[in-house]
Write a protein that binds this ligand. Structure first.
Ligand code: GLU
Ligand code: MG
Length: 437
């Protein structure tokens, strides 16, 4: 069949979806300069395609500006049309970053980190997802048999991710029903978020070719565990040397690490709506699901919002190279760019305010009385999207990290999403999210 190859110009938007428009690939050079037309009200399109009340209405014009460094061209060699897409910044017609461009917001956050701490952020994303299969009586967690049942899918996925320039690390049958996980190696700055968005898209594209229904939805069944997105972070200095670790610091945290984590934990309740942005995200963020229900710091503890991870090296240089911490509250309803921007700003605030190192949490915080919890210095994270949005709205410091109109647009967008799913039965609501992520 005759074909004129198309490149899809994509933005990872406020709904955590990749949206955009395609142009003939032979016009790439021209489009890199002139962009692709985009509309402000598109930022109000929810994950369900409803449009939240828009401050822009039918007015205004924007441009999706392709970043050629992010061009993905992957041929699955199965006779289907190769996938071609490129990530974009959204600008005004005068070329300034648009106030709701997630990629531009992340660039601002990364620049702030460089300015306040002189460090580069290295980030590795881990994604859990489910491959919907027929009913099964359990016995699948981490098993060879269940892995083998999806080996072909996993091998194609790893090859495709590799061809797209991602450095793949592992693919596993996770604990949950039908649950798998794919991890990639760390990348610096914005590239890590770009690759997270690319990974989600390529996983869906692989699934389509296997005629498999998959979902990254935060949770598909309240009786089971959720699908998390965990972010491993570490810092390097201008010379590329690791500076996350200090043998003299608490649990090995360097001063920068302590302050950064303190900022993340202090502001976690207020930024949670950007990390766990769906209505059902808050079912996942409940105790005993190995996600994050409190703003606590753990040493190798998977029931904490931030976990200091183990290292296998025993010599100081090896330890410093491996040392990293993991942020566990995210899910894939978030834009990786927006979520990372929020985390980096929170960390920068912790560095700029020289916040003290948080104490390591011990035991099960969910079993503490309200008074004992208050004494521990930790708080239960918002228990619904509505409460999380209110916490964001009420915090002037946090809103100040983002461009002026962003908060207004984001709050309108997410409140419309709440309204949309409000009348559904629980099971319809889980299915609706499973269908769109
Ligand atoms: N499924 C868990 C989550 O929702 C994470 C389990 C793990 O890999 O530690 O984040
Ligand atoms: Mg996992």
């Amino acid at each position: 069949m005759v074909r004129d190859p198309l490149i899809f110009a994509a933005t990872s938007d406020l709904a955590g979806k990749m949206r955009g428009k395609a142009f003939p690939s032979r016009k790439l050079e021209k489009r890199i300069k002139s962009g692709v037309g985009w509309v402000p009200t598109n930022g109000l399109i929810t994950c369900f395609d409803t449009i939240a009340p828009s401050p822009f209405g039918s007015l205004g014009d924007l441009a999706l500006m392709p970043d050629p460094e992010t061009l993905i061209q992957v041929d699955f060699e199965d006779g289907s049309a190769p996938e071609r897409f490129v990530l974009c910044d959204i600008t005004t017609t005068k070329g300034a970053p648009w106030s709701c461009c997630t990629r531009s917001m992340l660039k601002t956050a990364i620049a702030r980190l460089k300015a306040c701490a002189g460090v580069t952020l290295n980030t590795a994303f881990e994604h859990e997802f489910q491959i919907k299969q027929g009913p099964r009586a359990g016995g699948t967690a981490f098993t060879l048999e269940s892995f083998a049942a999806q080996r072909a899918f996993g091998e194609t996925l790893m090859e495709v991710l590799g061809r797209a320039g991602l450095h793949t690390d592992s693919y596993l049958k996770e604990y949950g029903a039908d649950q798998f996980e794919v991890t990639v190696e760390p990348q610096q700055g914005v590239v890590a978020a770009d690759q997270a968005a690319i990974l989600r898209s390529l996983t869906h594209m692989t699934a389509r070719r296997f005629e498999q229904a998959i979902t990254f939805s935060p949770i598909t069944d309240p009786a089971g565990v959720g699908n998390g997105v965990h972010i491993h972070m570490s810092f390097t200095n201008a010379a590329g040397a690791p500076i996350t670790y200090d043998p003299a610091g608490p649990c090995g945290m360097s001063h920068t690490t302590q302050c950064f984590i303190a900022g993340v934990l202090k502001y976690l309740p207020q930024i949670l709506c950007l990390l766990a942005p769906s209505v059902i995200s808050y079912t996942r963020l409940t105790p005993h699901r190995w996600s994050a229900a409190f703003n606590n710091l753990g040493f190798q503890d998977r029931e904490t919002a931030v976990r200091i991870c183990p290292v296998t090296a025993t010599d100081p240089i090896g330890i410093a190279q491996q040392f990293n911490f993991e942020i566990r509250s995210l899910d894939a309803a978030s834009s990786p760019h927006l979520a990372l921007a929020a985390l980096v700003h929170a960390g920068c605030q912790g560095i700029e305010d020289n916040l003290d190192a948080p104490a390591i949490s011990e035991g099960d915080l969910s079993e503490l009385s309200p008074k004992a919890l208050a004494d521990s210095g930790y708080v239960r994270l918002p228990e619904s999207l509505k409460i999380a949005l209110d916490a964001f709205e009420a915090d002037k410091v946090v809103r100040g990290w983002f461009p002026d109109t962003f908060s207004q647009v984001y709050l309108a967008h997410k409140r419309a999403e709440i309204t949309y799913v409000e009348g559904m039965t629980d099971s319809d609501r889980y299915d609706a999210y499973a269908g769109v992520y």
